[in-house]
Unconditional design. Structure first.
Length: 136
């Protein structure tokens, strides 16, 4: 964590970005693109993974960050559940399902490991603005 200065460097966020791009591509396929409810919900779930990791990273404390990471992990689970619906409705093929499911599962695992790391290495103050130039 000490070397991470931007949320874009977090492996779980990178994986969530891949998942989101894949989900958006699936949502443009025939059939899936007409199921507005499912398409929009699975997109929101995948975007939520990315957003919660980013928002948590930018939060003030590790406790807040851990809470956001927990929400990101939950959203990855939601996306996995919705992938089953997409598969069952034949909106996506088995191979597409496996690829997206694997990304969502990897993201959840990476997020859980990150939570464990932050819990095992607590810090009083997470954000450092030593290099910032403020004028009043």
């Amino acid at each position: 964590m000490a070397g991470i200065t931007r949320f874009e460097e977090i492996e779980a966020w990178k994986t969530a970005r891949q998942l989101t791009n894949l989900i958006y591509a699936f949502g443009n396929q025939a059939g899936f693109n007409r199921d507005f409810g499912l398409r929009d919900q699975i997109r929101r779930a995948s975007v939520s993974v990315m957003s919660n990791i980013a928002e948590g990273f930018e939060s003030r404390t590790d406790i807040q960050f851990i809470n956001y990471l927990g929400m990101a992990r939950a959203s990855a689970g939601e996306a996995r559940a919705q992938l089953y619906v997409a598969l069952d409705q034949t909106y996506i093929a088995e191979g597409q399902f496996k690829e997206a499911y694997s990304l969502a599962e990897t993201c959840a695992r990476q997020t859980a490991k990150f939570i464990a790391y932050l819990e095992a290495n607590p810090r009083k103050r997470r954000i450092s603005d030593d290099e910032a130039d403020y004028e009043v």
